[in-house]
Ligand binder design. Structure first.
Ligand SMILES: O=C(O)C1=C[C@@H](OP(=O)(O)O)[C@@H](O)[C@H](O)C1
Ligand SMILES: C=C(OP(=O)(O)O)C(=O)O
Length: 427
């Protein structure tokens, strides 16, 4: 699907969608619990992958209006009766690889071309050291994965530089084992806030994990999750496109982005980053409203070690900021749906921006965005960030736009409701 974008001037108010990361965790932990209700889950292609996988492991999941009613497996997932296709969701793949190790049979996990190129080696090695037998069918650490169950609580070590999802997957799974586990993190843990979200949901479900400054986690055995009733908060990663659009393409009347409350989400930092860039933004933590007015921005240097998903948004902001924007500590951003450092560099160059990539950072010299036909790389975050750029530049098309369904299915409807001039060209 391709979208055609004209110069746009936005105004009004919009609700940020529910958090994808919180929704994945709520569904997964509810599936390991007994009876749970999840209010306002994000229903998107990625979270549907988690729903599908949890049903294959024996959970009963029904949607009633904006709630999910989940009857879980009480810590004992069944052997799936077929291969599980988790499509494009890295979070689902990592979480379900660990859940599969709890069964007493064999699970096969696969996904789309993107997911079958993303690394899982550290998680595979740890699960094998715990008594499971996990194989990457092509011996490259990527899906398809074949997982024989049989893990036991153990003392394990794992590197934190590739993905925090490996650690989150182990933190969710180890408490239900009958032996104590200790997880030691080797090196720097990237995307730390996502581990905070995991620990928050585990605590909500009555689980108990001792976190020794993200260097060691001690997990007592035989725990039983009981998530009961959980309401999913708004998503700061998705809100970042709305906030950036307000700054770059907003009318003087401004835009109010609603449903963004204080949270353990690392991407809440988008507010601080916009403030550092001297954007006109006022965030009311009590009401969850961020009021944003358009204005000129100043370039900044941002460490994205904990906020990898903000990179496309920050790159577009830097593209029009005065001076230079440096996005650093970003190597792990290369292991997402696409190599996002490379993808956003290629596409913003097509729009006339002086942007360079190095192994773990981007250097962007602010300039003037020019309309162009750009490629979305089948990556929802690349598509949404380039759509914001297109509203500034005008006369822009973005292809593979259907990928917004991964995390923000109503993205185009929402920004059109604010006045964005976007035509959807069905391909
Ligand atoms: O745990 C999660 O919900 C996520 C963790 C992050 O991945 P990494 O931990 O691999 O950086 C992030 O990029 C992804 O969108 C969601
Ligand atoms: C990388 C992302 O998610 P996942 O790792 O779950 O595919 C994302 O949402 O940007």
């Amino acid at each position: 699907m391709k979208v055609s974008i004209k110069s746009s001037y936005l105004e009004g108010e919009i609700y940020a969608p529910s958090s994808k990361s919180y929704t994945h965790r709520a569904i997964t932990i509810a599936a390991l619990s007994n009876n749970s209700v999840i209010h306002r889950p994000l229903i998107s292609e990625d979270t549907k992958s988690t729903i599908r996988a949890c049903e294959m492991f024996g959970a009963k999941i029904e949607q009633h209006n904006s709630d999910l009613i989940i009857k879980g497996v009480n810590g004992h997932p069944q052997i799936p009766d077929n291969v599980i296709d988790i499509a494009n969701s890295g979070t689902t793949l990592r979480f379900m690889t660990a859940i599969a190790a709890l069964t007493d049979g064999i699970t096969v996990l696969t996904g789309d071309e993107s997911i079958r190129s993303r690394p899982n080696g550290p998680l595979i090695d740890v699960l094998n050291s715990m008594g499971s037998r996990v194989y990457s069918t092509r011996n490259n650490g990527c899906a398809p994965l074949v997982i024989h169950g049989g893990v036991k609580g153990s003392d394990i070590q794992i590197g934190g530089s590739v993905s925090s999802q490996f650690i989150s997957a182990l933190l969710i799974t180890c408490p239900v084992l009958m032996e104590e586990s200790t997880i030691i993190i080797r090196g720097d843990l990237k995307s730390k806030p996502y581990v905070d979200i995991t620990l928050e949901l585990i605590e909500n479900a009555g689980g108990c994990i001792e976190n020794k400054e993200y260097k060691m986690f001690k997990i007592i055995p035989g725990q039983k999750y009981n998530l009961k009733d959980y309401t999913v908060p708004g998503d700061f990663s998705s809100a970042s496109y709305l906030l950036a659009a307000a700054v770059l393409a907003g009318k003087r009347t401004g835009i109010t982005v609603k449903n963004i409350y204080p949270s353990r989400q690392g991407d809440r930092k988008i507010i601080n980053i916009l403030e550092q860039m001297e954007a006109n933004i006022k965030w009311n933590r009590e009401t969850g409203d961020a009021i944003v007015k358009p204005g000129k921005l100043k370039g900044v240097t941002v460490d994205v070690g904990n906020t990898p998903d903000l990179v496309p948004t920050i790159a577009v902001l830097g593209a029009v900021a005065q001076g230079t924007t440096i996005i650093e500590n970003a190597e792990h951003v290369r292991y997402k749906e696409t190599d996002r450092l490379h993808a956003i560099t290629v596409e913003l160059r097509k729009m006339g921006i002086d942007i360079h990539e190095e192994q773990d950072r981007l250097i962007i010299n602010g300039g003037h965005l020019e309309g162009a036909d750009v490629h979305g790389w089948h990556d929802h975050r690349i598509v949404m960030a380039l759509t914001v750029a297109g509203m500034v530049a005008g006369d822009t098309t973005v292809d593979t736009a259907e990928s917004v369904a991964i995390s923000y299915p109503d993205f185009f409807e929402d920004i059109r409701s604010l006045g964005a001039k976007i035509q959807i060209d069905e391909e």
